[in-house]
Ligand binder design. Structure first.
Ligand code: SF4
Length: 346
């Protein structure tokens, strides 16, 4: 009989690693897929590391896990199609702007297409019943399988024993007795299983993997949609929301201030179509201004730039402005902290 082949969704967290190991233990050939949505925290963290400062590149959990598990990992960019999941989720958002149920369904759809194309027998995930409020509930998990197009062919090895039998179990491709019946948020059973399966190197479950679950990030994204009066975004938009101090003095204008050298360097890459400002002759941030470049707005952007530089207590500071190659220097009075109302900060 040909070796059974399973394709899993691998985040790189403990659960997806354990699900993979449980299947490998049964002699099943496992490969996994990791989807890039544009909101992945680790990809951003890696981009923010500055090799010139000698910082090690941040670890990518899924890549690291795949290496430890000895499996092939398919890295697939779904960011473009994912826009509609974020802007118009059929099942709405979780606590912040995380459309978890729609997201899971979409990822299963994408994985199912790969399964068909690459000839795998079934799909699996590391989900555990009751672990997440939106997508990992007993009533929503069948919805993910069904609407993801996998129907009975999506196995959850960590909680299979408390779910109805799936097709791979019914057809003898997987031994149900060797799967688990975990439920709830208690991590102890997973940790005991990890010890049993020799999985010792895994990321802390507290580490967030998706910006959409982050309250601050969600507020910035909502602000972007409110300011544009439409729920749309480009890749540059969502990447920029991850870095710097964001200040919106009025609905048609926003300023992003780098908070350290790494962020300054990062922001510099997004100058095109925006004004890039920095204080001259003294250390300070790189600032990007976007929106309506009226005289008044530009002056304000200069004064904010000066405010966050070493010259903030001086009477005036020269600020260099670069607007897509059109350069200008303005002498401005740095804003006082009290001149930046709390509700400008987003
Ligand atoms: S946390 Fe983010 S990546 Fe994970 S299911 Fe929710 S929306 Fe999708």
């Amino acid at each position: 009989m040909a070796q059974v082949k399973a394709l899993g969704l691998l985040s790189g967290g403990l659960d997806s690693m354990l699900a993979t190991r449980l299947l490998q233990r049964q002699g099943i050939h496992v490969e996994c897929v990791n989807f890039y949505t544009g909101f992945c925290v680790q990809t951003h963290t890696r981009a923010m590391r500055n090799p010139k400062t000698g910082q090690e590149p941040a670890r990518h959990d899924a890549l690291h896990a795949a290496e430890l598990l000895g499996i092939k990992l398919h890295m697939v960019d779904i960011a473009e199609e994912y826009v509609r999941i974020v802007t118009d989720p059929k099942y709405g958002y979780g606590k912040n702007l995380n459309p978890c149920l729609d997201c899971k369904i979409f990822m299963v759809q994408k994985a199912w297409e790969m399964k068909e194309e690459l000839g795998f027998d079934f799909l699996f995930t590391g989900e555990v019943v009751g672990q997440r409020p939106m997508s990992q509930r007993k009533d929503t998990m069948p919805k993910v399988s069904r609407e993801g197009g996998a129907h009975g062919w999506l196995l959850r090895p960590l909680c299979a024993q408390i779910l109805p039998e799936t097709e791979p179990e019914k057809q003898g491709l997987v031994d149900r007795s060797q799967l688990m019946g975990f439920s709830g948020r208690n991590r102890k059973p997973q940790m005991a299983l990890a010890a049993e399966l020799g999985v010792t190197d895994y990321p802390s479950p507290a580490g967030g993997c998706c910006f959409l679950t982050d309250e601050n990030y969600a507020r910035r994204l909502q602000d972007l949609w409110d300011a544009r009066q439409t729920k749309a975004y480009t890749m540059d938009d969502i990447i920029l929301l991850k870095a710097g101090r964001h200040i919106r003095p009025n609905p048609d204008f926003k300023v992003i201030v780098g908070r350290d050298e790494t962020e300054n360097r990062f922001l510099r890459g997004f100058r095109k179509g925006r004004a890039a400002l920095h204080s001259m002759r003294m250390p300070g941030p790189l600032t990007l201004a976007e929106g309506v470049m009226s005289e008044e707005n530009l002056e304000l952007a200069c004064r904010i730039t000066a405010r966050f530089g070493k010259g903030k207590d001086l009477d005036s500071v020269p600020v260099h402005i670069d607007m897509d190659g059109k350069e200008e220097i303005r002498e401005v009075k740095p804003l006082k902290g009290s001149e930046i109302p709390q509700d400008w900060h987003i």
